[in-house]
Design a protein around this ligand. Structure first.
Ligand SMILES: Nc1ncnc2c1ncn2[C@@H]1O[C@H](COP(=O)(O)OP(=O)(O)O)[C@@H](O)[C@H]1O
Ligand SMILES: N[C@@H](CCOP(=O)(O)O)C(=O)O
Length: 326
């Protein structure tokens, strides 16, 4: 459960006085998420999410994240909206943390997504990329290739505690990717963490995207790589090409990939797998005992890195031969 910062009822009531949300009737910590502390609030006016921004979120980036949610919602994308306070600001402070009240998005995330859901996600991701094209703020991806080595240096010495041989394997992987990371691919605003737990469905219909707190400017196709990694592998570590095909065709029904993006896909998928491996490894080794968070297994992403390393052509992800060789 991701609640890093406790709040008291008195402080919460005082904090909520600045919002037009009615009177608090109940609240509870949310048993999901990794990055921030989230609470579900019920008030006389409805349900809301209270987010306290934690360690990896830089307060200077909050206008980008909150502004982006507004921008995308204005262009018809379903995502939660930060509520304004009486003073017009979107951010307040609670228990010493920057905090926001966010509208509640109906729906549930899928524990066992199927190909049809992957298609919907592909479509929504491309719609987000298109809608983000005229978002005026910029934020570099702190967790792209230049951020991986500093992250690795924090865990490197203890990597073999997790699995023998990891230190050498990851060091080689990192050097390989640093030397070959693409430089010129179409860029824009990406979500950068569109895992199944950040996509809500009502029945089989996608009801919205949440958790824009890694959003940034980067290669659009890198976002697809994140989704292939998080949506198209089965629990046993195998890649499900039917899901890959659905996700990629859903995406391309809104935005066509360029030949350069197609060619870069195996490298981007490998890099995205390394990125999640590294943050998970860091959390695995560094999260203090007793923290109310479920740590995610870094080794799941080692399997994915190895899968991508063996890929010879983007067709293996589920692009048609024609698309893969265009
Ligand atoms: N706007 C929202 N509407 C409904 N539930 C939400 C909303 N935002 C977050 N949640 C709930 O909180 C959980 C954690 O949110 P998330 O943004 O993923 O946290 P974190 O940033 O810590 O990873 C989600 O899985 C969901 O259950
Ligand atoms: N998706 C990341 C962790 C970030 O957690 P989220 O709850 O913000 O999606 C992972 O799985 O490693």
């Amino acid at each position: 459960m991701a609640v890093y910062t406790d709040i008291t009822e008195d402080d919460l009531i005082r904090f909520l006085a600045a919002y037009d949300v009615g009177a608090l009737t109940s609240y509870k910590g949310i048993a999901e998420g990794v990055e921030n502390s989230n609470f579900l609030l019920h008030t006389t006016k409805g349900s809301y999410i209270l987010t306290l921004y934690e360690k990896r979120v830089n307060a200077d980036d909050l206008p980008f994240f909150l502004g982006l949610m507004h921008h995308l919602a204005e262009r018809g994308l379903s995502c939660p909206l930060p509520l304004p306070r009486a003073d017009g600001k979107l951010l307040g402070e609670l228990s010493g943390r920057p905090a926001a009240v966010i509208s509640f998005l109906e729906g549930m995330w899928l524990r066992k997504p199927e190909a049809q859901h992957c298609r919907e996600v592909g479509r929504a991701l491309a719609a987000m990329h298109v809608a983000g094209q005229d978002f005026p703020l910029k934020r570099a991806n702190a967790l792209s290739v230049s951020g991986w080595r500093p992250l690795w240096q924090n865990s490197e010495a203890r990597a073999d505690e997790v699995q023998a041989g990891l230190k050498d394997e990851i060091a080689a992987e990192l050097s390989y990717l640093e030397a070959r990371w693409p430089k010129n691919l179409p860029e824009g605003v990406i979500h950068a963490d569109l895992f199944p737990d950040n996509v809500f469905f009502l029945g089989d219909r996608l009801s919205g995207l949440i958790d824009f707190y890694f959003a940034c400017n980067d290669f659009l196709a890198y976002d697809i790589a994140v989704c292939l990694n998080s949506w198209c592998f089965e629990k046993n570590g195998s890649y499900n090409i039917t899901k890959g095909m659905a996700l990629l065709s859903g995406y391309q029904s809104v935005r066509r990939l360029t030949a350069e993006e197609v060619a870069a896909l195996p490298l981007l998928a490998r890099g995205s797998a390394l990125r999640f491996f590294l943050t998970r490894l860091y959390d695995w080794l560094m999260t203090p005992p007793g923290a109310l968070v479920v740590k995610k297994d870094p080794l799941e992403y080692l399997t994915k890195i190895r899968f991508h390393r063996a890929i010879l052509s983007s067709a293996e992800y589920g692009l048609t031969r024609q698309e893969a060789s265009a």
